[in-house]
Write a protein that binds this ligand. Structure first.
Ligand SMILES: NC(=O)c1ccc[n+]([C@@H]2O[C@H](COP(=O)([O-])OP(=O)(O)OC[C@H]3O[C@@H](n4cnc5c(N)ncnc54)[C@H](O)[C@@H]3O)[C@@H](O)[C@H]2O)c1
Ligand SMILES: O=P(O)(O)OC[C@@H](O)[C@@H](O)[C@H](O)[C@H](O)CO
Length: 486
């Protein structure tokens, strides 16, 4: 069988976008959108990808930076299938191994946009980073160093500023990135002229992204290759649904991304889209998957078909999450129904274990705000969101350490638990204590949740009750019995 690069060739466009992150999501979302916009809207842009972390590098060069995005699912009530060879990636550089070549991108006159997806861990201020580092460790420090090099190279020209479009799923991602960049300007004494250039020639937009991307379809790879007629080690599977909300309407003309295949909205009001999506879609994932995994399920699609877990999902999303979203209830309910349809997509197998990654910060960002608002509105602890915290603690409950992870147990099987190393270390130590101390210590850890959860009236006792019930009867039986309690 032929290789993808023997059949297709990259397109040639000016490099207008630098992208921090080579991961599945950006490649099936941003690069896909750029590729379509080149075709449909005459965008005429290619992307230089920068790998932001040290370590292994996927084999982009061997494939001439070509890869296939396979979209499978329903769209407007009908089955949808698309195989698109993305041809707009011009080069892939490591910020570490190719430092000089990467920094030379700062001198490219055509460059206009910086996209980033460095996970929730990426947008942080680390004062240990220095301007002379090659490169500094933290992403905002890398970006500041890069922008400063550009500012100097073009002598502060107003038309050589860059527009930052971070897609990390944290609140106010653009403003948070700018805050970190300005902190480095101060730390490194980069001067008032540079700070003014960042303010006037550059921009930092808050953005929200939405598309379920599962990456390389390992189990079905052979069938895909058979269908495509070539081999592609970077094959990337995702759903057809797409939404990129960009909080700077002024950029729409220069970045015409909305197309027949990709949904982009430029607006001043990202917040309403973000709250709806993060609370309902991501909140449903995070509050469901850990308990569902312990209940013996492996994929989101399995949860949708399982009447017991499905009852949880229906009751928690419509009863506890939707009423907290600051939109007309009918609108939020319609969004939730659409999300359920996406979860039911039989072609995209979204593994619960992949969603479980970093669940502590996810529960804090994606579930706790709904928990808090639901409690405020109803005056009581929301049944399922409270249970979901116990399910999280049950999923993380182990004293076994693996390589950069903990090892959990599901019956006779084992699974890997990935989260911040220091959080895992403390949880493993607490797991050796009686259940009430494990639960107490975890809830009291302010750095996990941003507050001491033991101070919430009745929460600790209720979480302990769920936790002990999961241990006694199993997650499945407990979810079933909870479904019957009003
Ligand atoms: N997969 C999806 O459906 C989806 C949808 C919307 C948003 N996202 C977001 O995208 C992120 C990545 O998902 P993915 O599916 O591309 O995963 P992936 O494993 O394919 O890629 C991870 C990416 O994050 C970068 N990265 C990891 N740790 C980093 C760090 N400490 N600092 C800087 N960069 C770091 C890697 O270089 C890589 O580009 C997730 O955290 C998620 O918030 C994913
Ligand atoms: O990608 P993560 O690990 O941040 O979260 C897992 C899922 O909730 C997430 O990928 C959603 O599928 C995505 O946010 C949909 O747009």
């Amino acid at each position: 069988m032929k290789e993808i690069q023997e059949i297709y060739s990259p397109e040639s466009h000016p490099v207008r976008i630098m992208q921090f992150g080579e991961g599945n999501f950006l490649r099936a979302f941003v690069d896909y959108a750029v590729d379509v916009a080149n075709e449909e809207n005459g965008l005429d842009a290619s992307v230089a990808i920068v790998i932001p972390i040290a370590g292994e590098r996927p084999q982009f060069a061997a494939q001439k930076n070509l890869y296939t995005v396979c979209l499978r699912g329903q769209q407007e009530g009908a089955p949808y299938k698309e195989n698109r060879v993305v041809k707009c990636v011009d080069r892939v550089l490591s910020a570490y191994a190719d430092y000089d070549a990467y920094m030379q991108l700062a001198e490219l006159a055509s460059l206009r946009f910086v996209v980033s997806n460095t996970t929730e861990a990426g947008i942080v201020y680390d004062p240990a980073c220095a301007l002379a580092d090659k490169p500094p460790k933290a992403f905002p420090a890398k970006l500041t160093q890069f922008l400063y090099a550009r500012f100097r190279h073009f002598a502060g020209a107003a038309d050589k500023g860059l527009h930052m479009l971070p897609v990390e799923l944290i609140e106010n991602n653009g403003q948070e990135l700018k805050r970190c960049v300005l902190a480095y300007v101060k730390l490194w004494n980069l001067g008032a002229d540079f700070a003014a250039w960042l303010d006037t020639a550059c921009s930092f937009a808050d953005t929200l992204v939405d598309r379920i991307v599962v990456g390389y379809p390992r189990a079905e790879a052979a069938a895909y290759e058979e269908e495509l007629g070539y081999r592609d080690a970077l094959l990337n599977q995702a759903e057809p649904f797409s939404l990129w909300v960009i909080g700077n309407p002024a950029l729409e003309k220069e970045l015409p991304l909305a197309s027949s295949k990709f949904h982009a909205i430029f607006t001043d009001d990202v917040v309403k889209y973000k709250e709806r999506k993060v609370r309902i879609l991501n909140g449903a994932h995070t509050s469901m998957v850990l308990g569902a995994y312990l209940a013996g399920l492996d994929y989101v699609g399995d949860c949708m078909k399982d009447p017991i877990v499905r009852t949880q999902l229906d009751q928690s999303v419509y009863g506890e999450i939707v009423p907290t979203v600051h939109l007309p209830e009918a609108e939020s309910r319609a969004f939730a129904a659409a999300v359920f349809e996406r979860f039911e997509n039989p072609f995209v197998h979204h593994a619960l274990l992949s969603i479980s990654l970093n669940s502590i910060s996810k529960w804090r960002a994606r579930v706790l705000p709904s928990f808090r608002d639901s409690r405020k509105h109803t005056g009581r602890l929301p049944k399922w969101l409270t249970y979901s915290l116990a399910a999280l603690l049950a999923f993380y409950h182990t004293t076994d350490r693996g390589e950069n992870c903990l090892i959990g147990h599901r019956g006779t099987e084992t699974y890997e638990i990935h989260d911040d190393a220091d959080k895992l270390e403390r949880l493993a130590a607490w797991a050796a204590l009686p259940a009430k101390d494990y639960v107490h210590n975890a809830l009291a850890a302010e750095d996990f949740w941003g507050e001491d959860l033991t101070e919430i009236d009745g929460l600790e006792a209720k979480v302990l009750e769920h936790f002990e019930r999961i241990a006694a009867v199993g997650a499945k039986a407990h979810i079933e019995e909870l479904g019957k309690v009003s």
